[in-house]
Write a protein that binds this ligand. Structure first.
Ligand code: XMP
Length: 522
């Protein structure tokens, strides 16, 4: 299958771009987010990105990130030759700070004890980068190597009790280095410092906004698509929904969205998705009601991996059958977002990841990809979604797995178990919303662990399903903590579910973090 990715970077009217050069530090995406929060468009590129390519991007500023290596060791990542001579302001952070020192004739030394966590620092407020920032301050450190001698023509503008060169500058060349991490919240003056770098040193205006982004994306898609046809597999999730709406604004009825309802969605979810896209946005929207087809395929299957595989394959078959009915399609919309691109960009190629995202569509389908959200972080996707008029609930929808309730009903799936889970889940969600907790919890849902237990209701013995409630806090779903939902809220949820959902007589709350558990139960 061939894919061609539309468009390069999106710049605002004044072509203001800041480049973040990635040396492998753990906070690098955060640096880019902070820059964008200041209204400046910013891209992350790998450390070996050539000088010619850097120049071609015409950046207004360059940030060299942290990284795990030692600058003086053999074969470690270094800044590309000539980067300090192109007259673009440079800020080095942590490893980036050490790279500047090492490259321009200073000294980087190994320390017996490093500086980790919150550290007191003395800054020089007369330095432009620390303008209006208090002299005695706190910053976040994570390093062992340190700059022991600054390069010629550099001034020391910050130090700690053990670090002689916590910050240095060369105003004439507009090159700055800081050992601490201004991008993390634990450096309280970090945002102000980044603003000083952007507005006082790089002299950008800061016009990057979600409106400007949406407008230029819409124009770009319009130009590229012409009068051809576009297809989108809509899941109702945030990314595919926003991608579909942007594309719709550009090409209107040339876009067809296919929404496969596999019957494993949450209560009323299919109808809500249909209502938004068909009624509110007046899209060409095809809903495939394939509930029975999926249930039949899943009949008698209890192995979690088999269930996933069956659902994945069946999804593609249904999508393929429907797409084939539409005749020649030239473009496919995908909700790829920036973290996917950055991850794939440093490890594999962006095209491989895109292919992977499409998830095994038929080999003989030839599309060009439209990925309107390739440059955006999740919170920016949400902001664009709200600007485009997508309902708040949809924009803030919690992550929901592709296989849906099939991996929340443990073991074999039956219609009866799906109904019980759906009803319990709806009550759980309603009460979390009423308690004002929806946007504080990463994911919360009901599971059916496939056990029955004895209870007593009225004067009778019951033998009914157990419902497990799962709620976690997380920032990326890689790790999570169980959410500390107040007892009164849990109590109300438990009472409501056993009273209102026939077939349930016991509620348990999952108090396991990830690891060792996972967020979903299967
Ligand atoms: P786990 O259960 O592995 O989940 O801790 C991590 C995150 O991924 C979601 N998830 C999936 N999403 N298809 C998806 O699109 C899947 O098969 C799938 N399995 C888990 C899960 O909801 C959580 O946000």
């Amino acid at each position: 299958m061939n894919f061609y990715i539309l468009g390069g970077s999106i710049l605002n009217d004044n072509n203001e771009l800041v480049l973040v050069i990635d040396f492998g530090g753990q906070y690098n995406q955060l640096i880019a987010r902070r820059v964008r929060e200041c209204g400046v468009y910013c891209e992350i590129v790998p450390y070996d990105y050539s000088l010619a390519k850097i120049k071609a991007k015409n950046p207004k500023g360059i940030i060299l990130t942290g990284g795990p290596a030692s600058v003086y060791a053999k074969d470690t990542p270094q800044a590309v030759d000539g980067i300090f001579d192109i007259n673009v302001p440079i800020l080095g952070i942590c490893y980036g700070h050490q790279i500047i020192a090492n490259a321009l004739g200073g000294t980087v030394t190994h320390a017996e004890t490093g500086e980790y966590g919150k550290t007191s620092v003395t800054l020089d407020p007369s330095a432009v980068i620390f303008d209006t920032i208090d002299k005695e301050n706190t910053c976040w450190m994570s390093h062992r190597d340190y700059v022991s001698k600054v390069p010629v023509d550099f001034t020391i503008i910050g130090h700690t009790t053990t670090g002689p060169v916590t910050a240095m500058s060369n105003d004439k060349r507009r090159i700055y280095g800081v050992q601490f991490h201004p991008e993390v919240e634990h450096t309280p003056f970090g945002k102000k410092m980044l603003k000083n770098f952007l507005f006082k040193i790089c002299e950008v205006k800061g016009n990057w906004s979600m409106e400007a982004f949406a407008e230029s994306k819409i124009n770009e898609i319009k130009k590229s698509v012409g009068n051809k046809k576009v297809l989108c597999a809509l899941s109702g999730g945030v990314d595919s929904s926003v991608a579909a709406v942007i594309t719709h604004k550009a090409v209107g009825k040339q876009l067809t969205c296919i929404f496969v309802d596999h019957g494993l969605l949450r209560k009323d979810e299919g109808d809500q998705v249909e209502k938004v896209f068909k009624d509110k946005f007046d899209m060409n929207f095809i809903r495939i009601n394939a509930q029975e087809r999926f249930l039949n395929k899943l009949h008698g299957v209890s192995d979690p991996e088999k269930k996933r595989k069956i659902i994945g394959e069946e999804f593609i078959r249904v999508f393929e059958e429907e797409a084939n009915k539409l005749g020649q399609i030239d473009f496919l919309v995908q909700g790829t977002i920036y973290p996917d691109v950055v991850e794939s960009g440093t490890k594999t190629s962006a095209t491989i990841k895109s292919h992977h995202n499409v998830g095994g569509l038929p080999e003989d389908m030839q599309f060009s990809l439209i990925e309107p959200l390739r440059e955006l972080f999740k919170d920016e996707v949400r902001a664009v979604g709200e600007k485009l008029g997508i309902p708040h609930d949809l924009v803030w929808r919690q992550p929901f797995p592709g296989p849906g309730l099939a991996i929340r009903v443990l073991g074999e799936i039956t219609e009866e178990k799906l109904v019980v889970t759906r009803e319990a889940d709806a009550i759980f969600r309603e009460e979390i919303a009423k308690a004002g907790l929806s946007e504080k919890i990463w994911q919360y849902f009901a599971c059916l662990p496939n056990i029955k237990s004895v209870g007593v209701m009225g004067d009778s013995r019951t033998y009914c399903h157990t419902i497990a409630l799962r709620a976690v806090t997380s920032s990326d779903a890689m790790t999570s903590e169980w959410a500390r939902i107040p007892y009164e809220v849990l109590d109300k949820i438990s009472r409501r579910i056993v009273n209102e959902v026939p077939g349930v007589n016991r509620i348990v709350y999952d108090i396991t973090s990830k690891p060792p558990a996972t967020i979903e139960w299967e």
